[in-house]
Unconditional design. Sequence first.
Length: 100
Amino acid sequence: MTKTFLKTLFVSGIFLVSCGKKTGNLEVKIIKQNSGYGYQILKKHKILINQPFIPAIQGEKTFKNETDAQKTADLVVSKIHRYSLPRISVHELDSMKIEY
């Protein structure tokens, strides 16, 4: 019984690791613009998401600094990894203390 459990655990571990590699190849690139910052999310060096402005707010405002753009892009990537829609809400921006 112990051998069966260990085999099952081993196979499950390999399965989880192989699934993780499929979504683990996303790259975040912070882009400098005239008035601030935006971000791009790339997969295999191709742009998957181009976000030059802060999402979820009215108007076309850029992020004030690289840190805010990075935090937001990281949240989007984590949503993609969870197979969730990569939408950002004003509440999420506020909870990350993003200035807009």
